[in-house]
Design a binder for this molecule. Structure first.
Ligand code: SF4
Ligand code: SF4
Length: 431
């Protein structure tokens, strides 16, 4: 098995955007007539529903869809549940879509408020797993991988996105409160804020140490930050939490602070919206707002075959329905004009070596891609360094044969994770 560190990182030349003060305006998308909340798990795997069509819900109310499953969502609106159905996400991941028709008058659920004054790890885990910014709260209660350091990241890992930079510039009080709450309930005092170098000034006084991240892509990739900022190399095949470090987005930490200050769970997501002509702006929308409602509110006309991407240009995922809702981790929405889309082709690799030259992890991509295209994921992982990939997307960007290398890598990692989690199910599907 090839195992190598990331010490051979090449010097990339593409740069992240920096949010200037002029761009600090946030456009509020009106509350739509209905929202769609995505909960982990599908109805077919969880037969016993704990919620029903017709149930009334309040804004900020915790909804647990299934009797035998702890997953929950927080209602972002006041209204009535109108449907509960399966929803297929990236690479076949299944969710339950809970649609809620919105009332004219909004009522906030008071349950969280009662426990917000004396927050403990347990009460926080009952509410903070569905915060805007996607706080991975379960990592703090995993006794097998104890966390000793929290890194609050005030940037985004892909190009064009400035969502977390906005939060650093506009919500420092909430971040300060969020850091204080997290220190208290987790007992972790080693908290660092990592921000793009240009944002260092003004990001102090939060009770956390401050570190600068360079602007060259992919310096904001967490594996890069670990190596370049904290001098810690994460071995291939290991996750960052294996070394006791938890990365949190600035938005998720600000959401913790806001929840503690107001006694209400935040339900609005900040998103960078990149339009067809490349212009971009920051919007805020209730979690569960569909793309259709966002485009209507922003007067964006979609043509047939325009491409919708959730995330940035190098690592984002295409979506195929304007009914797709904003989720807790939706940092960016990109629309690509049908005329400018560079389609993937069924052209074989010509061994030009461009991908290898740009790959910061020095993965032998030209060989790996042949195994992945043939569905030989285990061979790709064991012999051709699949797990050294840090998912920067640069290989797909430069590939002259337009092979969707990055998507193949992600699919392979997802399929292998399914084999590890549910070996029997995957084997049965393969037969
Ligand atoms: S996405 Fe491609 S270029 Fe980036 S680390 Fe992975 S293999 Fe290398
Ligand atoms: S860039 Fe594309 S065509 Fe060139 S070696 Fe890599 S996979 Fe092959």
């Amino acid at each position: 098995m090839i195992k190598k560190s990331f010490l051979g990182f090449a010097k990339p030349e593409i740069k992240y955007d920096v949010l200037d003060d002029v761009s600090l305006e946030l456009y509020d998308i009106p509350i739509p007539e209905s929202v769609v909340l995505l909960s982990d798990g599908s109805p077919s795997q969880n037969p016993q529903l704990a919620i029903n069509i017709g149930d009334r819900v309040k804004t900020g109310q915790k909804l647990i869809p299934y009797k035998d499953n702890d997953s929950y969502v927080i209602s972002s609106v006041t209204g009535t549940i109108s449907s509960i159905s399966p929803y297929l996400g990236d690479y076949g991941k299944t969710y339950t879509a809970i649609s809620i028709d919105v009332d004219a008058n909004e009522t906030f659920d008071e349950t969280f408020k009662k426990s917000s004054e004396t927050l403990t790890l347990e009460t926080a885990s009952n509410y903070f797993a569905f915060l805007p910014g996607n706080l991975p709260f379960h990592t703090f209660s995993n006794s097998e991988k104890p966390i000793t350091k929290i890194i609050v990241f005030g940037g985004n890992t892909d190009l064009l996105i400035t969502t977390n930079q906005y939060v650093i510039k506009s919500e420092l009080d909430n971040i300060t409160k969020g850091i204080s709450i997290l220190k208290t309930i987790t007992g972790i005092n080693d908290v660092v804020i990592a921000v793009p170098r240009e944002l260092l000034q003004g990001a102090g006084h939060t009770g956390a140490k401050l570190k600068a991240v360079d602007l060259e892509y992919p310096s904001a990739n967490p594996y890069f930050i670990m190596q370049n900022v904290f001098n810690q190399v994460i071995p291939a095949g290991k996750e960052i939490i294996d070394s006791g470090v938890c990365f949190l987005s600035a938005e998720s930490v600000a959401s913790v602070g806001k929840a503690a200050i107001t006694g209400q769970i935040p339900v609005t997501k900040i998103i960078t919206l990149v339009n067809k002509d490349g212009t971009k702006g920051l919007i805020s929308a209730r979690i569960g707002t569909t793309m259709k409602d966002i485009f209507n509110a922003c007067n964006i006309d979609l043509n047939e075959k325009d491409r919708l991407i959730i995330g940035g240009p190098l690592t984002g995922s295409s979506i195929f329905s304007i009914d797709h809702p904003v989720h807790t981790d939706t940092d960016a929405i990109m629309i690509q004009d049908r005329e400018t889309i560079s389609l993937s082709e069924d052209t074989p690799c010509i061994n030009c070596g461009e991908c290898i030259r740009i790959c910061p992890a020095k993965v032998p991509i030209n060989i790996l891609v042949r195994f992945l295209e043939a569905g030989k994921y285990e061979e790709g992982a064991d012999e051709y360094d699949l797990y050294s990939c840090i998912e920067c997307g640069l290989c797909s960007f430069v590939c002259v044969s337009k092979i969707p290398i990055f998507q193949l890598i992600r699919l392979a990692k997802y399929q292998l994770s399914m084999i590890i989690e549910q070996p029997d199910t995957v084997e049965a599907e393969d037969e």
